[in-house]
Write a protein that binds this ligand. Structure first.
Ligand code: PEP
Length: 255
């Protein structure tokens, strides 16, 4: 089965409102001109999500994802944003378990599994991030680390739910460092993740689930990475803040 490619932009904590407006406008112009066939997702900071979903429903050039979601349904959780709130403004997916959330906010697999459940309950597609730090790779422990993240974060789901999950392999040593995994390194881990999914859920799910690569993916190296059989697109950080680079990556995912 041929999977369509997906390119998602993680803006992280960047841009003020005016800059976000400009980036969305530039993206719309370029996406409209280039018409990439891949699925395009942008993940702006919370205050700009509604602007993005309004634009998304008017022009249908991209979908909108959040960068995080609360692990609770609602209530006295000051500063948190729930899955229901995201759903109510037209957000269709959500990054969950990004390594920056794991590192700076102490999010563990149990918390992340709760976030995945709530997202799915509101029909928000989780983009579930996994990946090893440099020491783990150097100690050749990366497969064990990724297995644990995938099993504890996702494998409690039943088939109807896992179908709606996107997995992103993001080696932590490659995020924001300019150091990209080689296409071979990425393919090896993506094939490993797909094998885990196959063992747990069978062939059909394994062959349809999307596994994105993230970690210094840019307009120069995207083609090579996306040419790997188990790389179904990218989760793009730094390069998603430049409309031309991001749309070029989308075009490379559309070949
Ligand atoms: C990310 O944060 O998800 C990411 C992939 O960042 P960058 O592309 O900047 O390495």
């Amino acid at each position: 089965m041929k999977r369509n490619k997906i390119v998602a932009g993680n803006w992280k904590m960047n841009l003020d409102f005016e800059e976000a407006q400009t980036l969305i406008e530039d993206l719309e112009n370029l996406l409209d001109e280039k018409q990439p066939s891949c699925e395009v997702i942008i993940c702006p900071p919370f205050p700009y999500l509604e602007l993005a979903t309004d634009e998304a429903s008017e022009h249908e050039l991209f979908e909108v994802g959040a960068q995080n979601v609360a692990a609770w349904e609602s209530g006295a959780y000051t500063g948190e944003v729930s899955a229901k709130m995201l759903d109510s403004i037209g957000v269709s997916c959500c990054i969950i378990g990004h390594s920056e959330r794991r590192k700076y906010f102490g999010e563990d697999n149990k918390t992340l599994a709760a976030k995945v459940n709530l997202a799915l309950q509101y029909e928000i597609v989780p983009i579930f991030c996994v990946g090893e730090v440099l020491e783990e790779r150097e100690a050749n422990k990366h497969f064990d680390v990724i297995r644990k993240q995938v099993e504890e974060g996702l494998f409690h789901l039943d088939i109807a739910d896992i179908e709606n999950v996107i997995i992103a392999y993001e080696p932590v040593w490659a995020i924001g460092t300019g150091k990209t995994a080689t296409p071979t390194q990425a393919q090896e881990v993506h094939a490993f993740i797909r094998k885990l999914v196959k063992e747990k859920y069978g062939d059909d799910i394994a062959s349809q689930i999307h596994i994105l690569y993230g970690g210094s993916c840019n307009a120069k190296n995207a083609s090579e990475l996306f040419a790997q059989p188990d790389v179904d697109g990218g989760l793009i950080g730094g390069a998603s803040l430049k409309a031309e680079d991001f749309v070029s990556i989308c075009e490379q995912a559309s070949k």
